[in-house]
Design a protein around this ligand. Structure first.
Ligand SMILES: NC(=O)c1ccc[n+]([C@@H]2O[C@H](COP(=O)([O-])OP(=O)(O)OC[C@H]3O[C@@H](n4cnc5c(N)ncnc54)[C@H](OP(=O)(O)O)[C@@H]3O)[C@@H](O)[C@H]2O)c1
Length: 255
């Protein structure tokens, strides 16, 4: 096996499983993925034929890039004393863990922060990355569209969207269940609710017009979109949404 081609993963839980599924679906050779033997590592080795290392030090010794996906509180301890080579990339997906904390634990490594979503499993993760190391960006392109940040200070604000991803799913589920309760068959309700969000997101992502103009074109005076928006405002949206973003940002910053 070519060590430089190998992606090591320390912390094989929910997020790592989604990333591995996406990487394999993108055509990455299972032999180029080397997992720590804890958590879901053995099950993933059985399922995909990816390799299992003896321990975390072996992951570092036998990989080029190493993805760290343990819980944030375990991150610094998990990477200490593993024999990092100078400049070896340590790519952390651990929410709220600053580069400096990992750099202290693994001084030889080059630390890169990322924030993937579980949509990595279907190649649709808008993954935050800082700094935009070209090899790491190329890897992230396999599981979606990397979103490079200009500075690490932006990471926490941007990570709020990892929570928004879950709220969006909850909103979609609310719409789908409401439609089904009115009599629409469940499969149609689910597909319609989800595809409507995909369509809304793609318009804002892909159309260059200012967002307010796109919305104004939909919310014509006296129309159904405007009526719904006014009703939502009376119920505290979007103020409640912004408040929820503030709560998550506070948690990420440890306040
Ligand atoms: N879940 C998401 O959607 C998501 C999205 C973006 C970022 N993240 C970040 O990804 C990280 C993992 O989240 P998760 O939801 O995947 O957590 P998880 O399911 O609890 O997975 C964590 C895994 O790390 C393993 N682990 C803990 N300490 C270890 C060590 N020293 N060496 C090797 N393996 C170790 C655990 O194994 P044991 O079971 O043996 O303890 C477990 O399998 C978090 O920092 C989170 O902020 C998660």
């Amino acid at each position: 096996m070519d060590r430089d081609m190998t992606l090591g993963i320390i912390g094989v839980g929910h997020l790592a499983v989604a990333v591995i599924e996406g990487l394999i679906a993108s055509g990455m050779a299972p032999g180029d993925i080397l997992l720590a033997p804890r958590g879901k590592g053995p099950a993933m080795a059985d399922r995909f034929g990816v390799r299992l290392a003896a321990d975390n030090a072996a992951v570092v010794a036998e990989s080029g890039i190493v993805l760290l996906a343990v819980r944030p509180g375990a991150a610094a301890d998990a990477v200490a004393d593993l024999g990092w080579r100078p400049g070896q990339r340590l790519v952390s997906a651990c929410a709220g863990v600053p580069i400096e904390a990992l750099q202290r634990a693994a001084p030889e490594a080059e630390v890169v922060r990322v924030m993937p979503l579980t949509a990595a499993s279907i190649g649709a993760s808008p993954t935050l990355v800082f700094p935009a190391d070209p090899d790491v960006v190329a890897l992230l392109e396999r599981v979606g569209s990397p979103v490079p940040l200009r500075r690490e200070d932006d990471f926490e604000v941007a990570t709020v969207h990892a929570a928004v991803y879950g709220w969006a799913q909850a909103l979609i589920a609310t719409g789908a269940k409401w439609s089904a309760a009115q009599g629409l068959d469940e499969a149609t309700a689910r597909r319609l609710a989800a595809r409507t969000f995909v369509a809304a997101g793609r318009m804002i992502a892909e159309q260059p017009a200012p967002m307010d103009d796109l919305i104004a074109a939909l919310a014509t005076p006296g129309g159904i979109t405007e009526a719904g928006l006014r009703s939502l405002e009376r119920s505290g949206v979007p103020a409640g949404w912004e408040e929820a973003c503030d709560v998550v940002l506070g948690r990420l910053k440890g306040s």
